[in-house]
Design a protein around this ligand. Structure first.
Ligand code: SF4
Length: 447
């Protein structure tokens, strides 16, 4: 088999980055070797995102740009959410694309690339269905993504995901457990379970006791040192999940709970299936179970119909919850979604003002959350060298980034760090090797 060079560029969420690892893994069985320079590639894959208009603009810009960078006989394939959304129109909208594939047919890429090499643009965009179990070429040898569910069966008014990724499809639990066991055997330190609505796992399986809490408990029992997950939906977060998180020290003390809006009226317009009060009740339960738990969130400002009073309610929730961090976005209408067809759009200037107000409030409240950790010891899974100050960085069990003085050889190890400020500290036992994650290393409330 002739060896060919493969270059993959990815936009979007963790699920998409993991799909790129599957693309690389699958294509390596067909003689493709990953390269870092697009100028050396025989096959270029753009794995795209369609959640915001901005990411689409970036992909289109990049398609134009690569015309001057790629080898003359190279093939460019565009796939992922944007390709699923625009389909064959991508050929006329963006010159230079040789083939297009969807979100649930990565297995077809080698064949599509071969056909495109004959000179004819080809496209295969089936309706998203099933679950592709493909080999994975992982980027890291200590942190691994494991997809547990694809798609989403909710219908949030602003979201394009159900259209481009299809309805919820849970992966077989035995396959998930086997994959995590193998990762543990191969020395991986953290797995992150992935799903567009990760805690809806099992809702499409007709076996009474199979749900997200059930799966989490089994994944924890594999003994893999650290487990995180993203992205849960507040309406699907049950008390059992919080109990499993609290009972198993290898589960992170972090939960990402997308609020989107602090106003029940706007949540109803968005079709989010929870009220402001229900959301705050879940947060209350999580904090009663673990007072230090890091809660992070997503917020959309300026959804059609959002008044100043609604927006103030969002600021009020931020004040009450004291999130560890917030991903905030100005509402951007996505084609064929209900929100895009709504009247009463908020002016761009006003959206911008609201976005800045959220950022300001977040700065204040997340610092308050972080300050609780000063003087305490956390356990950091070291990732690499920080950009400045010659420090190393990694994530602690709350999935907060921590910097400290160390050496590159510590990457992939657990290290105990005493925090001197919100996110910097010093190694407690600089000469000690990797520590295994267990309950003794966890910060307990009040310690
Ligand atoms: S739950 Fe998340 S992925 Fe599903 S429709 Fe709503 S925003 Fe989109």
């Amino acid at each position: 088999m002739d060896e060919k060079n493969l270059y993959v560029e990815t936009w979007g969420c963790q699920l998409n980055y993991h799909r790129s690892e599957k693309i690389t893994g699958h294509l390596s069985n067909y003689g493709y070797k990953p390269v870092e320079k697009i100028t050396e590639a025989d096959l270029i894959i753009f794995n795209t995102c369609a959640v915001r208009g901005k990411s689409e603009e970036k992909v289109r810009g990049r398609i134009g740009q690569v015309k001057n960078q790629r080898k003359e006989d190279s093939i460019l394939g565009v796939g992922g959410c944007m390709a699923q959304h625009f389909g064959v129109d991508l050929f006329s909208q963006s010159g230079g694309v040789d083939f297009v594939f969807g979100t649930s047919n990565l297995g077809e890429i080698p064949d599509l690339a071969n056909r495109a090499r004959q000179g004819e643009p080809v496209a295969s965009i089936p309706k998203p269905s099933g679950f592709e179990n493909l080999p994975v070429l992982r980027q890291s040898d200590y942190f691994a993504w494991v997809t547990i569910a694809e798609g989403c069966s909710n219908a949030c008014s602003y979201c394009i995901v159900p259209q481009v990724r299809g309805p919820l499809r849970s992966r077989g639990p035995d396959k998930i457990i086997r994959e995590v066991e193998q990762l543990a055997e191969n020395g991986y330190r953290e797995v992150q379970l992935l799903g567009q609505n990760v805690n809806a796992f099992g809702k499409d399986i007709e076996k009474g006791d199979v749900d997200f809490a059930w799966l989490l408990e089994r994944v924890a029992a594999t003994g893999i040192p650290r487990i995180s997950f993203t992205t849960p939906h507040p309406a699907d977060l049950d008390a059992e999940t919080l109990v499993v998180m609290n009972d198993n020290p290898n589960l992170v003390r972090h939960i990402h709970l997308p609020l989107q809006s602090g106003s029940t009226r706007v949540l109803q317009i968005m079709n989010r299936n929870y009220t402001r009060e229900e959301y705050l009740e879940i947060v209350g339960k999580a904090r009663r179970t673990d007072p230090l738990i890091n809660i992070t969130t997503d917020i959309i400002v300026g959804h059609p119909g959002e008044t100043e009073e609604d927006f103030r309610k969002t600021l009020d929730v931020i004040n009450q919850v004291k999130y560890g961090s917030i991903y905030v976005a100005q509402f951007s209408p996505r084609p064929k979604t209900r929100s895009a067809q709504m009247d009463d759009h908020v002016p761009e200037e006003e959206k911008k003002r609201r976005l800045e107000a959220v950022l300001e409030k977040q700065e204040e409240t997340s610092r308050e959350y972080d300050r609780q950790f000063i003087g305490k010891t956390v356990e950091v899974l070291v990732e690499g060298e920080a950009r400045k100050d010659n420090k190393m960085y990694g994530k602690n069990e709350f999935r907060k980034t921590v910097e400290f003085e160390g050496t590159e050889s510590m990457a992939g190890e657990f290290r105990k760090v005493r925090l001197e400020s919100e996110n910097t500290g010093y190694l407690l036992n600089p000469d000690e090797g990797s520590v295994k994650n267990d309950s003794d290393h966890h910060v307990k409330p009040g310690v």
